[in-house]
Design a protein around this ligand. Structure first.
Ligand code: PMP
Length: 387
């Protein structure tokens, strides 16, 4: 039996109610505990798995992908209106983390790549895994080549080599909708849509990119289930990604697929399937507004600029509700913003992790309510003291 709840590390005592005042605010990792209260309040969301359940490698049809789950995912996208799935191929992965490498592999193989490895690029500030994962595999077929700005006007390079541009929309860390920067016949894109859910962004229209990555992690909050999916237009790319999944893990754990099926069932069964997004959006919007209000009192810090936009899902103009704050230290002498915040008892992630300036720090807003409240408390004290 695992304990049901644990104290936040900043609280102690038998009821977890004593605040440990010397404890630092944890605004580092993107653990999506902001969704935990939603699932705690939801009836009938548990699964029980018998010892004899799905012991073999494959489902009845010889595949390792639940067709029922594929249909649930299609239905979900139809309700949310955030991706076109008609006539597309869908493949599952161990989070979008695994699918990212499967996609880089699929897009780089067979492009006379032994002469010229494909160049994998992204636009800073970008999610650090794009670089670290690509470098880890260190393949002959592809190499990480940094920021798109290094290649933007280099037409001869773009004509000679395959480019794989990873586009994150909305971006991590800034939460802005974005598009590919490079153009040309040899440019292929991987569109990372981890945050393209009404929780975090207005949905202007269904995304219809060649290769899109989605994940359960930030949308329902089940990062620990390790489940993501790719939506792919091209059959050849799809088959290469399938080969990758076949040769690495023989698909995704059947228990994980069953849990996702249950989670999506709970969402799809409610009247119009909107409840989870209403919760996600209002939580994130409130957090952003509280943070903005505090930072607006400070000349020392600023936040990324985000404005209200029309959302085709909510059918109205809605406020920003980003997953992260991209905080900037404005004073000339505050070159290391991370250290300034650390001194005030706030732990974020340094700007340089995102291939940006250390004047910036990423603060995670998707952690638990306790973590967020402690962050707000520490920031308020610091800003009040400073001005
Ligand atoms: N892409 C982006 C932009 C992310 O921020 C994350 C998670 N932090 C991922 C992909 C990976 O998500 P997962 O492997 O949990 O699906």
């Amino acid at each position: 039996h695992e304990p049901v709840c644990e104290c936040n590390p900043c609280y102690g005592g038998p009821e977890c109610s004593e605040f440990l005042s010397d404890c630092a605010a944890d605004a580092g990792s993107g653990d999506p505990y902001f969704m935990e209260p939603f699932w705690m309040n939801m009836q009938d969301n548990a699964i029980l798995i018998s010892g004899w359940h799905r012991m073999g490698y494959t489902y009845g049809d010889g595949s390792y992908t639940s067709e029922l789950l594929v249909n649930h995912i299609k239905k979900l996208h139809e309700i949310v209106g955030n991706a076109v799935t008609d006539g597309r191929y869908i493949i599952f992965g161990g989070g979008s983390t695994q699918l990212l490498n499967a996609a880089v592999y699929a897009l780089s193989s067979g492009n006379n790549s032994l002469v010229n490895p494909a160049k994998v690029v992204a636009t800073a500030p970008y999610y650090p895994l794009y670089r670290t994962q690509t470098e880890l595999f260190n393949s002959r077929d592809y190499q990480f080549e940094g920021d798109t700005s290094l290649w933007k006007n280099k037409t001869s390079d773009i004509n000679d080599t395959t480019f794989i541009e990873i586009v994150t929309s909305p971006t991590n860390p800034e939460g802005k909708l974005s598009k590919a920067v490079l153009e040309g016949n040899n440019v292929k894109t991987i569109n990372d849509r981890a945050y393209y859910w009404p929780n975090f962004t207005p949905i202007p229209s269904p995304a219809d990119d060649d290769l899109m990555l989605f994940t359960l992690s930030k949308f329902t909050g089940h990062a620990g289930t390790r489940f993501g999916w790719a939506i792919i237009k091209d059959k050849d790319v799809y088959e290469k990604m399938l080969t990758y999944m076949d040769l690495t893990t023989v698909g995704i754990s059947r228990e994980a697929q069953l849990r996702v099926l249950k989670i999506l069932n709970v969402i799809l069964e409610r009247e119009d399937g909107k409840q989870i997004f209403q919760f996600g959006y209002s939580t994130m919007k409130d957090r952003w507004m509280r943070l903005k209000q505090i930072i607006s009192k400070s000349k020392r810090f600023s936040l990324q600029k985000l404005s209200p936009h029309y959302c085709s899902f909510f059918k109205r103009v809605r406020h920003p509700s980003p997953a992260y704050a991209w905080l900037k230290c404005e004073r000339e002498e505050d070159k290391n913003c991370y250290k300034i915040l650390e001194g005030a008892g706030i732990n974020g992630y340094e700007g340089s992790m995102y291939s940006a300036d250390d004047r910036y720090v990423r603060l995670s807003l998707i952690r638990s309510q306790d973590d967020f409240d402690i962050l707000i408390n520490k920031l308020t004290n610091f800003v009040d003291k400073d001005y």
